[in-house]
Design a protein around this ligand. Structure first.
Ligand code: I6G
Length: 669
């Protein structure tokens, strides 16, 4: 047994090292060198050995990341060096003021270089490493005393349980930010919504809530991440600059934000701020600004700290993406497929430089889930180009006078009774003549995912619809410059351009036209597949349900929707009118039944002089024929090129028609 234990001890050491190495490649560098299954196999081997010899479990074992039994509460932790906050700057001018203050303070230093990096919207923590081993982790707390969240921090894969390198410092107190990526946050909230649990307002709250779990097994399930940004005392490592310090932290196996920039001058700092602001919405995590630090650690020391903030650093804040305002009313908008969507009407509020007065509410379930009431003070958020949304009502500010949101029973546009189809969250107007649906369909038809007709955007389509000039899709193709010219806001040039753009769309591909028609369940991808298979509108209209089901990616629901659409006499009439008005998608080929090579199966042997094999096969398929790769009785024609090989004799024996290249050319002409 003693021998077995010794073998296990050695093997566990190897496994810990290997798992730490691969964990670092995967979670920190994002460059795994083994497959997940291989990692899992090593991990399972480690767990099995540790289960057999629990006394061999070490603090830095990867098994410690899974979390342990719940605590009663967190213990307090005294920070050896206070965790300070940062002063803020809100403009270029305030950044220049920061530099002026530094230069005044230092007197003898004419030029300063800086390190600038994104300010993560997460939670500041301290990680204490003794002789390379992670021994304690804590929150910032009040700056002097934080909470001991070691067990929770150990569950975060990006935090090394042991520092890399041969000679780690005796003591290293790493400062950094724990955060939750946007994708992980979204997924987690979706799962919580499905389980009927309350939602987190933003990734920061979610990260904070996850870190403060008394049961670290729950923390282990949350998609938390970590970036290091400094240490508590520069004396702990021998580095002359902030930039080299960050490189040293990376060598220790810690994760540092790749958007850290060394800026030789304040101009570069400002340029990096603009860059971060520009890419902010595309990052997979939220940042609320940029932190600028004097690069020289000796100068940082000379500059020192004020009561609560270092003199050598400043946070340049970004405009907020969230704000609070009042929910004034809820409007109901009818989409082109008849879906009725509630829209929040808000007291206008500026968010990140844009005035927001409307926000999407998705559907009734969303209103119920968020418990929104008219008159509520609400937290609103806007991210990038995404439509603003209400995050949550601020329940504590309710006065009691707030009213529940009443869902309509009838279509706000045509008055038709609304229905809710089985398994759908949405309310729907099923009146095929509903004016709101018609207008939305027209806007979709001319829009980007439709025919993409320049000059016929949403506003213009609303105008043409209101003026009763365009009531149905074919009306678009009947528009004349003289008619448009007379309308408000039009001139002869814009009218001519619009009509020219309309005319140009007459020859758009079939796929584009199908996508523009807005057939339910037929988006751009399905439209392209339908074009590939049927080639003309006539073929598609004549296709049976069975034929539609043979198209890749088309199932019962989509096939039925296409059949229903083309089976509708009003649609047939509309398409006929479109045809008469010259809308002729793509180039016309004969209907499938009339294709000249329908029923023919060709086999090629030897090389052809005027076609490559692929070209020849392509032509055959286009003309309705099939190409075989082997000789059988199904083959109707053997096409013999130069040096035909053994197939020729066999084909003769089977009585198959044999043609040469000239014969092939005649066949396809
Ligand atoms: O709260 C902080 C976030 C990011 C910081 C910080 C930081 O550097 C990127 N740096 C310092 C020095 C402090 N707080 C005090």
């Amino acid at each position: 047994m003693a021998d077995e234990k010794e073998v296990a001890r050695k093997r566990l050491r190897v496994l810990r090292d290997e798992l730490a190495f691969h964990g670092h490649r995967y979670y920190v560098l994002d460059q795994p060198v083994i497959a997940d299954v291989e990692y899992d196999r090593l991990f399972r081997e480690l767990l099995a050995l540790e289960e057999k010899f629990p006394e061999l479990v070490t603090d830095d074992s990867p098994s410690q990341r899974v979390g342990g039994a719940p605590l009663e509460k967190f213990a307090g932790v005294q920070h050896r060096h206070a965790m300070l906050s940062l002063e803020n700057a809100f403009s270029d001018a305030e950044l220049r003021d920061f530099e002026d203050r530094l230069l005044r303070f230092l007197k003898d230093t004419p030029q300063l270089s800086y390190v600038a990096e994104p300010k993560m919207d997460g939670l500041a923590v301290e990680l204490v490493y003794e002789n390379g081993l992670f021994v304690q982790g804590s929150t910032r707390g009040d700056g002097r005393t934080g909470e001991d969240i070691t067990r929770n921090l150990k569950t975060i894969a990006a935090i090394p349980l042991r520092l890399q390198g041969e000679s780690p410092p005796v003591l290293l107190e790493v400062r950094g930010e724990v955060f939750m990526g946007s994708a992980g946050f979204k997924k987690m909230n979706e799962e919580r919504a499905a389980a009927g649990e309350s939602l987190f307002a933003n990734p920061r709250n979610a990260a904070a809530g996850s870190l403060r779990q008394l049961d670290s097994r729950l923390t282990a399930r949350r998609p938390l991440d970590f970036y290091a940004y400094g240490i508590s005392d520069p004396a702990q490592v021998a580095c002359p600059t902030q930039h080299e310090l960050l490189a040293q932290l990376m060598d220790f196996g810690l994760k540092v934000n790749p958007l850290v920039r060394l800026c030789p001058k304040m101009d570069e700092v400002i340029a990096h701020y603009r860059h971060l602001l520009e890419i902010r919405a595309r990052l997979d995590y939220e940042i609320d600004g940029m932190v600028v630090k004097v690069n020289s650690l000796a100068l940082q020391e000379r500059l020192g700290n004020k009561a609560r903030t270092p003199r050598w650093a400043v946070a340049c804040k970004f405009p907020a993406f969230q704000a609070t305002t009042r929910l004034l009313a809820v409007d109901f908008q009818v989409g082109r497929t008849g879906v009725v969507t509630p829209v929040a009407i808000l007291e206008p509020v500026a968010i990140g430089g844009v005035t927001v007065s409307r926000a999407t509410l998705h559907n009734e379930e969303e209103i119920k889930r968020k418990d929104l009431r008219i008159g509520d003070r609400v937290l609103v958020q806007r991210a990038g180009d995404v439509i603003p949304e209400i995050v949550q009502p601020i329940i504590d500010l309710r006065t009691g006078g707030e009213e529940p949101v009443a869902m309509p029973g009838h279509c706000p546009s045509c008055g038709h009774t609304l229905v809710r189809e089985e398994g759908e969250a949405a309310l729907r107007c099923i009146n095929g003549h509903c004016p709101a649906q018609r207008l939305r369909s027209l806007i979709h038809f001319t829009g980007k995912t439709g025919m993409d007709i320049e000059g016929l955007g949403k506003k213009v389509m609303e105008q043409l619809f209101a003026e009763k000039l365009v009531n149905d899709i074919p009306d678009i193709y009947a528009l004349r410059p003289e008619t448009l010219e007379r309308l408000d806001g039009w001139a002869s040039k814009s009218a001519e351009n619009a009509v020219a753009a309309i005319a140009a769309s007459q020859n758009a591909s079939l796929a584009r036209l199908l996508s523009a028609l807005g057939i339910r369940h037929v988006g751009e991808v399905t439209a392209a597949q339908l074009e590939e298979r049927f080639q003309t509108m006539e073929n598609l209209m004549a296709a049976s349900l069975e034929e539609l089901l043979t198209v890749e990616g088309i199932g019962e629901q989509v096939a039925a929707s296409i059949r229903d659409y083309f089976g509708d006499p009003a649609v047939q009439k509309m398409l006929e009118r479109l045809r008469q008005l010259g809308v002729a998608p793509g180039k016309r080929v004969a209907p499938l039944g009339e294709l000249p090579l329908r029923g023919a199966v060709l086999l090629f042997t030897g090389s052809l002089s005027s076609f490559s094999r692929d070209e020849a096969k392509g032509v055959v398929k286009k003309l309705g024929g099939q190409v075989s790769s082997s000789l059988s009785r199904k083959v109707t024609h053997l096409v013999c090129g130069d040096k035909p090989g053994s197939k020729l004799q066999k084909a003769e024996e089977l009585g198959i028609t044999i043609i040469d290249e000239k014969g092939f050319q005649q066949l396809i002409s």
